[in-house]
Design a protein around this ligand. Structure first.
Ligand SMILES: Cc1cc2nc3c(=O)[nH]c(=O)nc-3n(C[C@H](O)[C@H](O)[C@H](O)COP(=O)(O)O)c2cc1C
Ligand SMILES: [Fe+2]
Ligand SMILES: [Fe+2]
Length: 394
């Protein structure tokens, strides 16, 4: 199915209700969409492809609007295969088309697909005329990869932003912001940006500022996942600004693992102690909370606390993996509290501490180590840690 989003501009994307984990990592309880657009003028431009396995449905959508063999430009804002997997398929049909992307995308295209079409690499703010319509390319580095750009359709004020302003969740025919369930869109776009773009939050702020400074008239924001914003395009821009803000919130997230309850009891004690001091706290058992939800909750929390049992002399695997997310996704710096339980030699908390300190996170004192059941002394250490956390949030 296709739909017109502006005069001569058509949505031809697809819904994915089959993939369980986006990037093999993040759950998709409501699916996801791969958006693709056609701009039909004297020349025909296709903006983005879709993930490989969806090429048949996508080609059917394109054929409702134009003969795909007559596509003149294939604009690739971003080379990630959720937007380019179907490129080889369309390249077999649109043999005369020209690929349009940034200079940094060119070697990726050759490495990933090498479809052998003509190519045109575009500099920042370069334009291509389609006849009565003009495409202007705005480099948008690290949104979400180094080669990424936005495409701006000048005459219609449509900004194609690829991953930026995207959301998880299939569209199910509710393409526009004024048709979508905005509460769900808000939750799923926040989870999307937290899971996918947390390493590049600075670039979200930079990209938005760049577009604002250009002073262009934006009537429609057309991302490549989730709804198209025509009623209130600034709604999603404001949300993204907030979610990528370097300012942290005055609250605590405790993320812990536990097999038999000793670590969980310590986590709950710490939570109660913090609440008694008037601190707002959420706690996640990492065996049951899918990581994208925990990342979303944790990325802007003023203090993070990790709790782990020692597991074969290492941190509990789920806690170890979450510490990797903090470091790998370059969570903005903030103090981190640590506690752990052990049965004999311990070592879990020590390895967590080293990893986080190597990545230059400050570890709060005391680090609480509990040998099985909490003793009065260990309860005292938890209280002390709670007071330290509360003081840091003040
Ligand atoms: C599979 C497994 C491996 C463990 N490995 C260690 C270890 O290497 N060193 C240690 O001191 N304790 C080890 N323990 C003991 C736990 O760290 C200890 O019982 C802890 O308090 C369990 O916390 P939990 O009840 O929150 O799961 C291990 C326990 C299990 C079940
Ligand atoms: Fe991406
Ligand atoms: Fe994407």
């Amino acid at each position: 199915m296709h739909r017109e989003i502006a005069p001569g501009v058509y949505y031809v994307g697809v819904d994915d209700h089959h993939t369980h984990l986006f990037e093999g990592l993040w759950e998709l309880p409501f699916g996801v969409s791969y958006n693709s657009y056609l701009v039909v003028d004297e020349k025909v431009a296709l903006v983005e492809c879709v993930k490989g396995a969806w090429d048949d449905e996508w080609l059917d959508n394109i054929r409702e609007v134009v003969d795909p063999a007559e596509i003149d430009y294939i604009v690739l804002n971003h080379m990630e295969p959720d937007h380019t997997g179907a490129l080889p398929r369309i390249a077999e049909i649109a043999r005369d088309a020209t690929l349009v992307y940034t200079p940094r995308a060119a070697p990726m295209q050759r490495a990933f697909y090498d479809v052998g079409l003509k190519e045109r690499t575009v500099d920042d703010l370069e334009e291509i005329s389609l006849g009565s319509k003009t495409l202007r390319f705005i480099h948008a580095q690290f949104l979400h990869w180094p080669e990424t750009m936005f495409t701006y359709l000048v005459e219609d004020g449509v900004l194609f932003t690829c991953d930026a302003f995207g959301a998880f969740g299939a569209l199910n025919g509710r393409l526009f912001d004024d048709e979508a369930d905005l509460e769900r869109v808000e939750a799923e776009s926040r989870r999307y940006v937290s899971a996918i773009i947390t390493s590049y939050l600075k670039f979200v702020q930079r990209g938005i500022k760049k577009v604002q400074d250009l002073g262009i008239d934006i009537r429609v924001i057309a991302p490549s996942h989730g709804p198209v914003y025509r009623k209130d395009p600034m709604w999603i821009v404001k949300k993204y600004l907030e979610w990528s803000s370097p300012e942290l919130e005055k609250r605590v997230v405790i993320a812990y693992g536990s097999m038999y309850g000793f670590t969980q009891r310590t986590a709950m004690l710490l939570k109660r102690e913090l609440e008694a001091l008037g601190v707002s706290v959420t706690a996640h058992n990492l065996s049951y909370s899918e990581p994208s939800h925990v990342i979303t909750d944790a990325v802007r929390a003023g203090v993070l606390v990790l709790g782990t049992p020692t597991y074969d002399a290492f941190p509990f695997p789920k806690v170890w993996a979450f510490a990797n997310e903090i470091v790998g996704k370059r969570f903005p710096k903030r103090p981190i509290g640590l506690f752990g339980t052990y049965g004999w030699g311990g070592g879990g908390v020590k390895k967590l501490r080293k990893q986080l300190e190597d990545a230059r996170y400050e570890i709060l004192e005391p680090v609480v180590r509990v040998h099985g059941r909490l003793t009065d002394e260990e309860i005292g250490a938890c209280r002390q840690l709670a007071r330290e956390i509360a003081a840091r949030l003040r």
